[in-house]
Ligand binder design. Structure first.
Ligand code: GLA
Length: 389
């Protein structure tokens, strides 16, 4: 049985055993991001795609106000009243409870429900399993209670749930990619206007290989939110001279150099990276239009250096893997991916070199860190959807 069918069967069976037949089931994928990191909350561009690994949810209404949740993979359950929602010390329920909390605050008519979740998105690997849970939940509740929300409204709500209930001031990329993903396409998303378009992404002769350090990123701990605050500090300084600058999207390198170079070195470096990354993404999109994947790959390496040296969100394991990849035959581009401090590198690797690359990386990683390296070859898939069962 495929991984996908296994997860769907698991949530359906466990739901049925605990609560009777589910009313509906939804799947929502994890995501990759080809280039454009930490640019979403700076209102720049990102280039993510949904992948063929997803979170599955089986759901049904209750006759009371309780929310009963079960995580099949973890074999943990939690019950909480809709009338007294608060974050759970177990992390996973908060991605579902946060959505219920937002729906309630927005005045949507929901009542109690049961839900069982499971998935094959590796947790803490930088593939946005949390956004996938949030999107699956909001999509499922929207269907279950016939709320009539648009996909974009659901994405915004999922982001708000993460910002307010989970406490991570993340941007919109992960939820957008999970909800709007499309097979064989990457999403060029303008995080300021939320205009987007699907860029066909034909993997002619190469694969997307993720190498998972298994270092658990602690995004919700302070560093991610600190980076955001440092960028905002830079914007505040630039805006004194250039009031039209509302985010780093509106700034250019000249402004960063003339107004930030002499000040707080961290604020300067963070802003310099973001302004360069926004421009790099735009140039990278042009490479894709020109079918020049080699030029695109070089930009991925540049992104890694910036994330590591200027934005300082990498870690030794990620740096090691990005360095390793640079010297291997058949590697078109490689970099750390996502929020950082652990998780995966994303590598574009020519078909003929994939096996050697993965084995070589695992051996080198084991020698250096005495740890096993996980790897995933991912395909680009569709976004959040109902599952027929
Ligand atoms: C995490 C956040 C996203 C984005 C990335 C970095 O995945 O959830 O909003 O900021 O980090 O690009």
């Amino acid at each position: 049985m495929s991984e996908k069918n296994k997860c769907a069967t698991l949530v359906q069976t466990q739901y049925t055993n605990a609560f009777g037949s589910p009313e509906l089931m939804v799947k929502s994928p994890g995501r990759i991001n080809l280039i454009g990191e930490h640019t979403d909350y700076n209102l720049g561009f990102v280039l993510p795609a949904a992948i063929d690994k997803a979170i599955y949810i089986a759901i049904g209404k209750r006759t009371d106000q309780n929310i009963c949740l079960h995580a099949a993979d973890l074999d943990q359950s939690i019950e909480m009243s809709l009338d007294s929602l608060e974050p759970s010390p177990k992390q996973w329920p908060n991605y579902l409870l946060g959505i219920a909390d937002q729906l309630k605050k927005a005045g949507y008519p929901i009542s109690g429900f049961n839900a069982v979740v499971a998935g094959d998105v590796p947790l803490g690997a930088g593939l946005s399993s949390s956004a996938a849970v949030e999107c699956a939940t909001v999509f499922a509740l929207n269907e279950l209670f016939v709320l009539g929300m648009s996909k974009l409204e659901m994405v915004r709500m999922a982001q708000k749930a993460e910002n307010e209930f989970v406490g991570l001031k993340c941007g919109i990329m992960d939820m957008f990619a999970s909800m709007f993903g499309k097979a064989d396409a990457v999403i060029q998303l303008d995080c300021r206007s939320l205009d987007y378009h699907y860029m066909p992404f034909h993997q002619k002769g190469f694969q997307i290989v993720l190498l998972d350090t298994c270092v658990k990123h602690s995004l919700a701990s302070t560093e991610y939110n600190t980076r955001r605050a440092e960028c905002e500090a830079g914007v505040a300084i630039i805006a004194q001279q250039h009031p039209q600058v509302k985010s780093l999207r509106d700034a250019d390198l000249g402004m960063v150099e003339s107004l930030l170079a002499g000040g707080d070195v961290k604020v300067y470096q963070r802003c310099k990276f973001i302004v360069a990354e926004i421009a790099r993404l735009q140039a990278g999109c042009q490479d894709l239009v020109n079918d020049n994947i080699d030029a695109f790959g070089l930009k991925m390496f540049e992104t890694h250096i910036g994330l590591s040296k200027e934005y300082e969100v990498s870690c030794v394991e990620l740096d090691f893997l990005a360095d390793f990849a640079k010297d291997q035959n058949g590697v078109i581009g490689a970099r750390m991916m996502g929020g950082g401090f652990g998780g995966c590198t994303i590598n574009l690797v020519k078909d003929a070199s994939v096996d050697t690359f993965i084995t070589g990386a695992a051996t080198a990683f084991k020698n250096r860190f005495q740890q096993d390296l996980k790897s995933y070859i991912v395909a680009i898939g569709d976004g959040t959807s109902l599952i027929n069962f």
